[in-house]
Design a protein around this ligand. Structure first.
Ligand SMILES: Cc1cc2nc3c(=O)[nH]c(=O)nc-3n(C[C@H](O)[C@H](O)[C@H](O)COP(=O)(O)OP(=O)(O)OC[C@H]3O[C@@H](n4cnc5c(N)ncnc54)[C@H](O)[C@@H]3O)c2cc1C
Length: 376
């Protein structure tokens, strides 16, 4: 049985970002196992919008790490369009504090009133009294391409990556995870990182570990346009709508529009119905914001779904009650923008675990906490 220091399960943006960071930090001998294709699942469907503004300060901090990384990583397929967040009144007060933190993190932002924002060259419409948070370093990233590039760089640095392995299972001895089993092979590891995205709970189920994050769905509609301009990414907190304009590799252009669905808690994962009302609502809300778009040209053709965790929560850290297994999943709907922040913390936890140090970077269901590891 081949032995590794760390095995990462799942080749989406989170698994790839963690693997890359592990290799940067020289944490040890690493393997990543993917059941199908690298970046073939949620990450493949992602709009890839990356911005720092978040109503949760921890997530804002983690997003800031991603924005900084994407602006520096030469291989990043990153489109710096800027990002506009339309804020509610209470968020505007918080945004002033956040702008202070971001200044110290050297991330330029501007808080504008509606008049200033209406004078901007974006061609968007803002209502009186609205406050707008603008981040010039934000944008959107081709998430699947970024994932493959992070994997390629990691392999170059010495990591092993296996695709199309089928569902991989945890291998356990008592309360210790000692590696993973694929349909054909078995690999041993001191630490297994569960980055299986929406399937992460299935992987943990064999342990009976109660670490669930509730997934919900959001809707994203893609409207192809003949002449879309690259708008800033925008998120309208007053209406829970988002959108960005982007050029596609085949030469066509599109505007991507999303709206949070009202209640999807009962829906299963996978292909889920989207009501026409939600689709039309997204379309109308975005058309109000971008008056220069000609609605008759919108094809309203494509829809994709996201696994969205309640309150954007996630798990990052050792699984309590077990040795040798760590969670790195959740935050559906926002995990591309959090990817570097998650990877930084996951790699630090892995390093601390392997060196038997106490662990201070855990986040369970969105709440930071400290984990003590057994030294036996
Ligand atoms: C339409 C849409 C729009 C979005 N827009 C944005 C956005 O604008 N900004 C943003 O930040 N985020 C956005 N997201 C969310 C973001 O894309 C996801 O949060 C992120 O891609 C999740 O990455 P992941 O690596 O956790 O999961 P995944 O990409 O799903 O990767 C998990 C991987 O694990 C593999 N796997 C599962 N089980 C096993 C197993 N047992 N053995 C081996 N492999 C296994 C799967 O095959 C999969 O490849 C959007 C998502 C969608 C769908």
């Amino acid at each position: 049985m081949k032995q590794f220091d760390v095995i990462v399960v799942g080749g989406g943006i989170i698994g790839a970002s963690i693997l890359y960071r592990l290799m940067e930090k020289h944490v040890g001998k690493c393997l990543l196992v993917e059941k199908s294709e690298i970046a073939g699942q949620t990450t493949h469907a992602s709009a890839g919008m990356v911005r720092v503004f978040h109503s949760d300060p921890l997530l804002a901090q983690m997003s800031a790490e991603t924005v900084r990384f994407l602006n520096q990583f030469p291989q990043a397929p990153y489109h710096r369009t800027g990002s506009v967040s339309i804020l509610s009144e209470s968020q505007a007060r918080y945004a002033e504090k956040l702008a202070g933190y971001l200044k110290s993190a050297r991330i330029p932002t501007r808080l504008m009133d509606a008049r200033q924002a209406n004078d901007s060259p974006w061609g968007m419409h803002f209502r009186p009294k609205e406050k707008v948070f603008f981040e010039s370093q934000a944008g959107w990233v081709e998430a699947a391409l970024l994932t493959r590039r992070l994997i390629a760089e990691s392999v170059r640095a010495g990591a092993t990556v296996l695709e199309n392995q089928g569902n991989c299972m945890l291998h356990t001895e008592g309360c210790e995870v000692t590696g993973v089993r694929t349909q054909r092979r078995q690999f041993g590891a001191k630490l297994v990182i569960n980055a299986a995205g929406p399937w992460a709970e299935d992987l943990l189920r064999s342990l009976g570990a109660p670490l669930g994050v509730k997934y919900k769905s959001i809707q994203a509609n893609y409207y192809e346009l003949e002449q879309a301009e690259c708008l800033p990414c925008f998120f309208d907190y007053t209406q829970k709508t988002y959108g960005c304009g982007r050029a596609l590799q085949n030469g066509t252009q599109e505007i991507l529009v999303g709206v949070a669905l009202t209640d999807t808690s009962e829906l299963p994962l996978g292909e889920q119905p989207i009501s026409l009302t939600d689709r039309e609502r997204a379309f109308d809300l975005v058309a109000q914001r971008i008056p220069k778009l000609d609605p008759s040209k919108w094809t309203r053709s494509r829809r994709r779904l996201d696994a969205y965790s309640e309150a954007k929560r996630g798990n990052l850290g050792l699984v309590p009650g077990y040795q040798g297994v760590m969670a790195a999943y959740g935050w559906g709907g926002t995990a591309v923008k959090l990817s570097r922040g998650i990877a930084n913390r996951a790699a630090q936890i892995a390093e601390d675990y392997l060196q038997r140090r106490s662990i201070t970077h855990s986040i369970h269901r969105g709440i930071p906490c400290q984990t003590e590891i057994s030294l036996s």
